[in-house]
Write a protein that binds this ligand. Sequence first.
Ligand code: NDP
Length: 451
Amino acid sequence: MSFDYDLFVIGGGSGGVRAARVAAAEGVKVALAEEDRYGGTCVIRGCVPKKLMVFASEYSGIVEDAQAYGWDIKPGAFDWDVFKGKLNAELDRLEGIYRNLLANSGVETFDLRAKMVDAHTVELADGSRKSAKHILLAMGGRPVWPEIPGSELGISSNEIFHLEKLPENILIVGGGYIACEFAGIMNGLGVKTTQYYRGAQILRGFDDEARGLVCEEMCQRGVDVHLGTNILEMRKEGDKIWVKATNGDERLFDQVMFATGRTPNTDNMGLEDIGVALGRKGEVLVDDYSQTGVPSVFAVGDVTDRVNLTPVAIREGMAFVETVFKGNPTTVDHDLIPTAIFTQPEMGTVGLSEEQAREVEPIEVFATSFKPMQQSFAGRAERVLMKLIVSQASRKVLGCHIVAPGAGEMIQLAGIAVKMGATKEDFDRTVAVHPTMSEEIVTMKAPVRRS
Ligand code: NDP
């Protein structure tokens, strides 16, 4: 049987683009369909614009600190229009790079939505059909809104980059990565920021001590965090949004942003009709090789709802190419993935939290919390945390948790040691880099707890 292509990829985000161009480099005939902008969530409405907004928002504090260091400078006003113009230009540039990468690798692209017709055929939004020996689903995910009266008045992280003007005040709902990162961003940009989270502490699933410190520092910097609080009802009142909360508060906000989770983009894709099984959240169910129950159809990235991070999607895409086009069956190792949450202060983490590790085996906890030199000199009360979770039996470092400016950069390197199976004694053997914050990670002598 002959097909139009060897591989048809649906979705031009991190996972899809990488798989398409690596496969094409192997001489495979590849096509890719994308209904929106190339680059996907990460480049267009996620990691990249978010990080640029984090940078923008940090300058308010930097100016204050510079004054404390003797600089004769005055904080000025933040110009959203100037930033937004530069941001959009940067995203256009990056999208151009993604398009060029595909074109230069010989991938044929269709700027159209695609859906599945049968195990080897996709139908594009213009009605044309394309056949392929293999199909890769890489449609990613999208934000979900809670079902409460008036929730359509809110926005998600998709829209926050396109606001006409910065609000004077904003309510952010949720306690995950996105909610906490944007609470810091908005607060830093001078927007009065309130955050409602329904649970007892933000960043559920991360180390308790680490997330406790992040929350404390966020409050210290001016974010009005309400724990155990959710929205009951919203409605328009003039040009504001009236919000009634579970704690009895009734308040007016200029904007309400929901960061209440994301869902895989599998609606109306014809997947179940052709026998591709979906999970409870609508995620494509795959085996360790990213293969669905339909042998010609594979899926990578957020659409599979495994670990929803760009570098993971990229690895899944590469492993798919190894498996299918290079005759080298390759699984993706989802264990000990370092990650950073770009809150202010940042949190970097790899491995088990103290709470998770304690359930597995007897542990020792090494932790130190202190005021870093740079901020302390500037008169800030800010504290940082360095924490290691160590197996009593093997002495291996099971988890490393850092809350500090630059924690994202630090955890990438600590992640190598933890992934290699380094023991606490390996950390101790490493000479400290002085004076730094991260030197504390190799100088913690006695455990603070054994359990
Ligand atoms: P998360 O799943 O991390 O968080 C969702 C939050 O919304 C949770 O606090 C959850 O509460 C809350 N929530 C869910 N439903 C409701 C509801 N009906 N009413 C009120 N609150 C609700 O999702 P995010 O959207 O923050 O992020 C999605 C994923 O994107 C992350 O898991 C991560 O993989 C990725 N990401 C990674 C980043 C990074 O690497 N720096 C940055 C941004 C995103 P509860 O805890 O009670 O369930």
